[in-house]
Design a protein around this ligand. Structure first.
Ligand code: NAD
Length: 360
């Protein structure tokens, strides 16, 4: 059966890095038997330029039809003055919520060849391969009531609500268990059950879901301890699952363990495994159009797309191995290179394709 992949390059370096992932995709079709229909559409500032909307109707329709979406990056100074609803970021947020993408996968992978880029000691991080599964559409960022109100005393008070219904916890726990089953099977649930009732329920529901997966080894950590363990001994973790706000913070910490923003992919999945795949970085307007962007985060996002939405784990491994090979060959874009030895975006993309072809 043919897979349908929507490709949304976006703004800034988006088109440059997505073009390199496109070369990899074409190679998978030509040399590795991937059967896929690929269609491109405008989003973000490009969507606004084309249709006056950061998420044009036609783009949303294409994404609804697709099995998976490969997303570049959006945003740029040209759009910063627009009213909030028309800004590029709004297109991305709307796309996530329209498609019900509640499960955010943020891997922190540190290729041993790049261990010097981390602020931690080499032996603590070399070979790190950790996945954080963050709940993306609930919790304190969305809970009602929220606001700033004036008390009788005249003093103002800000308030938000941390709320999770059982079904929201259950589906993110299930998503995390499925992912852990594709990896080492070690799942660590992060909460604050010693203080928060929401976390008590979280722990209870996660434990019940994990009991359905005999291959899963479940543990629990309080979030304060988890953040400490992440910088003390990050390689102890395989998969971590947590709520929206805790995941927001922990996934940025984990990303920075690797020290290289241009290397990290991400995914946001719905309940059926349909997903949107994107590098964690933004549109980098400071280097757009100069051939300086690192395309590897986007190429690794394509690997995740193969694994999690198309069930093509072998192709995912091939892409990841090809990335490892180009790093072994010493190829580096400017963001991961020592001064003076950087290659351009397209050279890096071509090298990944050549490494892939060499596997045939
Ligand atoms: P950014 O991630 O775009 O850039 C931060 C720094 O990292 C810059 O110096 C940039 O040159 C560098 N960088 C980022 N990606 C790189 C890559 N692949 N290769 C080499 N260097 C890279 O963050 P920012 O500067 O805060 O934001 C720029 C724009 O991107 C803003 O409009 C922001 O709203 C948008 N943004 C979009 C997303 C998204 O599309 N998901 C995420 C974050 C920011």
């Amino acid at each position: 059966m043919s897979a349908r992949i929507a490709v949304l390059p976006g703004d800034g370096i988006g088109p440059e890095i997505v073009a390199e992932a496109g070369k990899v995709l074409a190679c998978l079709q030509q040399d590795f038997g991937l059967v896929a229909e690929i269609e491109q559409a405008a989003v973000g500032g490009a969507g606004y330029d084309a249709a006056g909307d950061p998420l044009p109707e036609a783009t949303l329709a294409l994404c609804r039809e697709a099995d998976a979406i490969l997303f570049g990056a959006i945003g740029g100074p040209a759009y910063d003055g627009l009213e909030r609803e028309l800004r590029p970021e709004k297109g991305l947020l709307r796309l996530r919520s329209e498609l019900g993408l509640f499960s955010n996968l943020r891997p922190a992978i540190l290729y041993p060849q790049l261990a010097e880029a981390s602020s931690l000691k080499r032996e603590l991080v070399a070979g790190l391969d950790l996945m954080i599964v963050r709940e993306l559409t609930g919790g304190i960022y969305f809970g009602q009531p929220r606001g700033i109100r004036e008390l009788d005393s005249g003093e103002r008070e800000g308030f938000n609500t941390l709320v999770y219904a059982e079904h929201e916890i259950e589906r993110i726990a299930r998503s995390a268990c499925e992912i852990a089953m594709l990896r080492e099977g070690k799942l660590c649930s992060v909460d604050k059950a010693n203080v928060l009732e929401v976390s008590e329920l979280w722990r209870e529901v996660v434990s019940a879901v994990a009991a359905d997966y005999p291959g899963i080894e479940l543990s629990h950590l309080y979030v304060d301890n988890a953040s400490m363990q992440l910088v003390r001994a990050p390689k102890q973790f395989d998969v971590m699952v947590t709520s929206n706000m805790f995941g927001d913070i922990l996934s940025d910490t984990a990303a920075m363990l690797t020290g290289s923003i241009g290397m990290l992919p991400s995914a946001s999945l719905d309940a059926d495994g349909k997903g949107m795949y994107e590098p964690i970085h933004g549109s980098a307007p400071d280097i757009a159009g100069e051939g300086l962007a690192n395309p590897l985060a986007t190429i690794l996002s394509l690997a995740m797309l193969m694994r999690y939405s198309l069930g093509q784990g072998e192709l995912a491994q091939r892409i990841e191995a090809a990335v490892g090979q180009v790093l072994d060959q010493g190829l580096r874009t400017a963001d991961i290179a020592a001064a003076g030895e950087a290659v351009a975006t397209a050279v890096m993309g071509d090298a990944v394709v050549a490494a892939l072809r060499a596997q045939t």
